[in-house]
Design a protein around this ligand. Structure first.
Ligand code: FAD
Length: 251
């Protein structure tokens, strides 16, 4: 029996590590993380203001950067997240965000999806008969996939390289797998790029599954680096689901 996901899992894999050069010390004020300090350091190099004449705490400094629209300073700090329990339709939308992003996703050509798991669409969750009808279709699709792989392996039995034969079979059979098939993806982006994507995908207009994942990513990133993400406000929208809006639009 496949596992059915009702929410995504978001794991932080990497964050910036900053080493301050001894010949250009910054007069840091307030709490901050390496990523935030890296961005502040980069911003201060522009005006050689390491002595911090305005006596700004790092997070106030970054707030001012966002307010002024100097988003390029935020591009120095990269964060890498692992998303699991998300559907192929979610990642299809996610990878449209290009500038400042890097992706590595589970390959359906190489990985056997006979035991694939699936993501229940948020709008279906909680209605027993809808969920049952949806599961029936999913299980049927998975059976069709398994049968197709088997038949294709036989059909191309004359190909000596088994790995190549398996790849050919799986890449054709995946055509019957649904959009709800669970996938895993590693996503790296700089803080500016994360902000742009989160603004679009955590908003009320976004599709429900990617919106739910965007809120989960936003929560994690807000804890990780408030200086980059604290101007996002998470609220419950009229559809009774979480959404987010941002004060400093697309810096
Ligand atoms: C609610 C919603 C519904 C959508 N519906 C559809 C749909 O029906 N069909 C569909 O195809 N897509 C759809 N999309 C995807 C959308 O069209 C964008 O592809 C996606 O949001 C990524 O946006 P972006 O290109 O701004 O992002 P990024 O690629 O991350 O780019 C960020 C910014 O960098 C700049 N930039 C990036 N690349 C270039 C470039 N090549 N040239 C110039 N400037 C560049 C732009 O300022 C851009 O806004 C939808 C998106 C949302 C949020």
């Amino acid at each position: 029996m496949p596992h059915f996901y009702f929410e995504p899992t978001v794991t932080l894999l990497a964050r910036p590590s900053f080493t301050m050069p001894v010949h250009l010390p910054v007069n840091w004020i307030g709490e901050s993380t390496d990523g935030e300090r890296l961005a502040e350091f980069a911003g201060r190099v522009c005006y050689m203001s390491q002595h911090n004449p305005a006596k700004r705490a790092t997070r106030d400094y970054l707030d001012n950067i966002k307010k002024q629209g100097h988003g390029s300073v935020l591009e120095h700090a990269n964060y890498t997240l692992l998303l699991e329990g998300v559907s192929r339709s979610l990642t299809h939308e996610l990878v449209r965000h290009r500038a400042g992003f890097a992706y590595s996703q589970l390959s359906q050509r190489y990985v056997d999806e006979s035991d694939a798991n699936f993501v229940v669409p948020p709008a279906v969750i909680g209605d027993t008969s809808l969920e049952a009808a949806w599961r029936e279709q999913i299980e049927q699709a998975q059976r069709a996939y398994v049968a197709l792989v088997e038949k294709l392996m036989e059909r191309y039995g004359w190909i000596p390289d088994r790995v190549h034969r398996r790849k050919m079979s799986r890449e054709a059979a995946r055509a019957v797998l649904p959009n709800a098939t669970e996938t895993k993806i590693v996503v790296t982006a700089n803080a500016r790029a994360w902000r742009t994507m989160l603004e679009l995908r955590a908003s009320e207009g976004a599709e429900l599954e990617i919106r739910r994942a965007a809120i989960a990513m936003l929560r994690l990133l807000q804890c990780e680096a408030p200086g980059f993400f604290s101007d996002f406000e998470i609220y419950e929208a009229d559809d009774r689901r979480d959404a987010a809006r941002v004060i400093y639009h697309k810096v």
